[in-house]
Design a protein around this ligand. Structure first.
Ligand code: PLP
Ligand code: COI
Length: 361
């Protein structure tokens, strides 16, 4: 099995016109529009990774008995490519996504794509679709690598054939309305992940299982659901698609990685950036009780959520089965804004990349 596969390249016969690209980039939204090409790489037990291709973005042909359609072996990643001030393109810590993709694969009994092949796939796609990388502030090209089992068969076991795909979508703000504090619903009825389960993997089923709770949050008038631990239902884990941070003056606290939440790359980067800013950082358990009491006493000064798609989003209001409360009057706080500026500044090439996180593509 090699990590240096040759990629064949088939250009799109009818790529989007420059006018169409300009129209999409003027108002990209999130996950609505896709670039002209995609990367596919296949795996089977005999050949390992093979048939690496950059080809036109197009529908996939799957056998109705493809195992992913029945037993759900499907994992994905999310990372972004940013236009730099000199016109070049760079992405943020792509090697961390490559590693997490391998760990997700391992958890789902899927083959591990070598990191170098993951990174090559990103470079190969950007080589043909770079005109789709926006240059406006807050905008980027969202890259979505994923892998599914494609073997035909209904036996329940790890499949012997898989397909890796990389697609890309110009991205503006994840939440419509830009940076505004969101309201959250603390879910005690539904849980996202249990000890020993799949919570630490970027496994598609985790997201399918979250939708009913997200709908419940919306019914309660909230933007997002916050997940609690499965056992006691009082320890805060994460938000739908984002990790959470709690700011107590000059101390920032984030739930420790227990194996049931996703180890976010934004999370780990912000722990470093907060510490660079002279803030004290703590990874520990935080209960819903502490959250409510510290909000009431004013000790808890800010809460924000973070992730690749949503960057940093303030949390202003909390609702749960027994009541509701605001955090610092529901406003966006200074630590949230400072960290946001630092992170987006270095991603867009306006601030020094002290940690060597940006990778030129
Ligand atoms: N938690 C969940 C459930 C997610 O889907 C994501 C998004 O990737 C995150 C947290 C944040 O992770 P990252 O910062 O690596 O994007
Ligand atoms: C991301 O931030 O990349 C995510 O995957 C979150 C969500 C879109 C699922």
């Amino acid at each position: 099995m090699t990590s240096e596969l040759p990629f064949t390249r088939t250009p799109h016969p009818h790529p989007a016109t420059p006018e169409r690209v300009a129209e999409v980039l003027a108002k990209p939204g999130f996950g609505q529009h896709f670039t002209d090409h995609m990367v596919t790489i296949r795996w089977n037990r005999e050949q390992g990774w093979h048939d690496a291709e950059v080809g036109p973005y197009s529908p996939l042909a799957l056998d109705p008995a493809a195992m992913v359609l029945h037993y759900g072996q499907a994992i994905f990643e999310g990372l972004k490519a940013y236009r730099q001030p000199d016109g070049s393109i760079a992405s943020f810590r792509p090697a961390a996504n490559a590693e997490r993709f391998r760990l997700s694969a391992r958890r789902m009994a899927m083959p591990e794509l070598p990191d170098e092949l993951f990174l090559s796939s990103v470079r190969q796609l950007l080589a043909v679709d770079s005109r789709w990388v926006p240059s406006a502030e807050e905008e980027s090209l969202y890259l979505r690598p994923f892998m599914i089992s494609t073997e035909k068969g209904l036996g329940v076991r790890p499949a012997s054939e898989y397909l890796y795909v990389l697609i890309a979508s110009p991205a503006g703000s994840y939440f419509s309305g830009g940076i505004r504090p969101v309201s959250v619903w603390l879910s005690t009825e539904y849980v996202r992940a249990a000890p020993g389960g799949t919570g630490a993997a970027k496994f598609a089923g985790n997201y399918a299982a979250s939708l009913v709770a997200q709908a419940q949050a919306a019914d309660k008038g909230c933007d997002q659901v916050v997940w609690l631990d499965a056992v006691e239902r009082r320890w805060v884990e994460e938000m739908g698609g984002m990790n959470l941070f709690f700011v107590f003056g000059d101390k920032v606290v984030t739930p420790e990685l227990t194996g049931t939440l996703l180890p976010g790359i934004t999370r780990s980067s912000l722990l470093q950036l907060a510490s660079d800013l002279g803030l004290t950082v703590e990874e520990r358990r935080i209960s819903t009780d502490e959250w409510e009491k510290a909000s009431a006493s004013g000790e808890l000064t800010e809460v924000f959520a973070c992730g690749t798609a949503a960057v940093i989003t303030p949390v202003g209001h909390v609702k749960h089965a027994g009541g509701e409360f605001d955090i610092a009057g529901g406003a966006t706080g200074p630590v949230t804004m400072k960290l946001r500026e630092r992170l987006t500044g270095l991603q867009h090439g306006h601030a020094a990349d002290d940690h060597g996180w940006m990778t030129k593509l």
